[in-house]
Design a protein around this ligand. Structure first.
Ligand code: NDP
Ligand code: 2IT
Length: 460
């Protein structure tokens, strides 16, 4: 059937009205949850052409259902600090969508954690996980706990208390948490130990990001950062750009940032700046990654201490100003809402050619629009940073088969997954009338996979 222009306009308008109506409900049902509103609005608006072309998603209430978590668990996390004082934090786990697999997603320990942040992360995770091609649904968790300045024993007691409640809600075929901000192999180890004790069973597939000595996968620590660079490399390749000889700025100095810097350097880039919450360092000779690793992997070091070993470098105590440093490639790898319209304008004015997101939702809608208008290559988080959760799924596969794959095998699979995500995003963008827009393409490709599963599984 050939669609006339009028019927096409009518269906677009109907789709737009539908999206606006569901978004209004999301706002009313989740008052004040600004990050969650931001994430839903962003994805919803990408989906208008999908609903215009395939009304079945509207008929089956997919948007209404996908934006309401299957379950949101909040709980008290009491623990005793080293001075014998009782402390109380609030724990969360959102089990957002299980249509294509068990809930899967990270755990964030940071004082800013609240329901809005956990829900925005869990919502994004649904689409990201679908894009990986692995059988994993969307979830996320965390607590408003700050690991900063805590002793190992305090971290252990906190993780044990967090798991004492969470154990009732997770399992290798139910929900599989992993790390995120403030949660790395140390915290996952403490949580796994407590889970094992409470369950009375050895179920390594219940958590990912474990130490390799008890079921962790090789490449999982590197996976998000390496995957980000593999993804950016694919985007750049099509335009004849390379990391070789490029100037790169990376925000953050944590898990994602460090391995993004490592792989970018391996490909011949010069990383001139990185940051943490205390500020940023600029080293015109190129950041020495061994120093950063030493500072960050062994305790609570701050990037300012980099200058002790590299006195020619410069430290600025405002981390947001890192984006004033001119670069060819910008890799936000710290947290959400790092890049607004003003920062985007500065990056563009200074000649940035590529922005690829390692952190979740680092750029707001205005910034993304500016990048698109200026033809900056833009790699959206849910595609570009999906390597971490993709290798988590490979860790689950190894756990269930009770075997360990070599580094090269996992790295090769990570490469293939990132390339597939890139192609799926490119193709979906093309098919729905947004050629070259990987942001819209990634949202659409992820949505269609989950939406089709939800239709076939009935109204649940
Ligand atoms: P880490 O805790 O290892 O590192 C976070 C880094 O970002 C630190 O340098 C931290 O500084 C900085 N940072 C955190 N919050 C803020 C803030 N509010 N303002 C300024 N700086 C901040 O976390 P990850 O590297 O694991 O995570 C970074 C981002 O990547 C997050 O958005 C996360 O959701 C995302 N991500 C993580 C994945 C993973 O596998 N770990 C997978 C996909 C995405 P400081 O040390 O001073 O606190
Ligand atoms: O945001 C993310 O994708 C993660 N924090 C990783 C999740 C996971 O389950 O490995």
């Amino acid at each position: 059937m050939i669609m006339t222009q009028t019927t096409k306009d009518d269906s677009l308008q109907r789709a737009k009205d539908y999206v606006d109506g569901v978004f209004k409900t999301v706002q009313e049902r989740n008052p004040g949850e600004v990050e969650f509103h931001q994430a839903t609005k962003h994805i919803f608006s990408s989906l208008v052409p999908v609903f215009a072309k395939h009304p079945k998603y509207m008929k089956n209430g997919i948007l209404e259902r996908i934006s309401e978590p299957e379950r949101l668990i909040t709980f008290r996390v009491p623990w005793v600090d080293d001075n014998g004082n009782v402390q109380v934090n609030r724990g969360f786990r959102v089990q957002f969508n299980s249509s294509i697999g068990p809930y899967k997603g990270g755990t964030r320990f940071h004082p800013s954690v609240n329901a809005s942040i956990i829900k925005f992360l869990g919502f994004e995770q649904i689409f990201k996980n679908a894009l990986t091609g692995q059988p994993i649904g969307g979830g996320k968790g965390g607590a408003d706990f700050s690991p900063k300045g805590k002793s190992d024993n305090e971290i252990m007691r906190f993780c044990q208390s967090y798991m004492t409640e969470l154990v009732n809600h997770i399992g290798p075929n139910v929900d599989i948490p992993a790390g995120d901000i403030g949660v790395g192999a140390r915290e996952i180890g403490f949580m796994f130990g407590q889970y094992k004790r409470l369950r009375g069973a050895y179920e390594p597939g219940v958590l990912t990001g474990k130490d390799v000595r008890f079921g962790g996968s090789l490449v999982r620590p590197e996976a998000t950062g390496y995957g980000l660079i593999y993804f950016a490399n694919h985007m750049m390749h099509d335009l004849g750009l390379t990391f070789e000889g490029s100037n790169v700025v990376v925000s953050g100095a944590g898990n994602v940032a460090i391995y993004a810097m490592e792989k970018a350097m391996e490909l011949g880039a010069k990383v001139v700046a990185c940051s943490d919450s205390s500020g940023y360092i600029y080293d015109e000779q190129g950041i020495n990654l061994e120093t950063i690793k030493r500072l960050k992997f062994s305790g609570n070091g701050q990037v300012a201490s980099y200058l002790d070993e590299h006195p020619h470098a410069v430290f600025h105590d405002n981390c947001a100003e890192i984006w004033n440093v001119p670069c060819d490639i910008a890799l936000p790898c710290a947290t959400q809402n790092e890049i607004d319209a003003d920062i985007a304008k500065t990056l563009i004015k200074n000649g940035v050619k590529v922005v690829a997101e390692g952190s979740n939702m680092p750029s707001n809608q205005e910034a993304i629009d500016l990048f698109n208008e200026s033809h900056i290559l833009f790699g959206p988080a849910k595609a570009a940073n999906a390597g971490g959760v993709a290798v988590s799924a490979l860790e689950m596969a190894q756990n269930s088969m009770k075997l360990t794959w070599p580094f090269e095998k996992v790295d090769k699979k990570l490469h293939e997954i990132m390339l597939n995500i890139y192609h799926n995003a490119v193709n979906a963008a093309e098919e729905y009338g947004y050629p070259g827009n990987l942001d819209v393409g990634a949202n659409i490709a992820g949505f269609i996979k989950v939406g089709d599963a939800m239709i076939r599984e009935g109204v649940v």
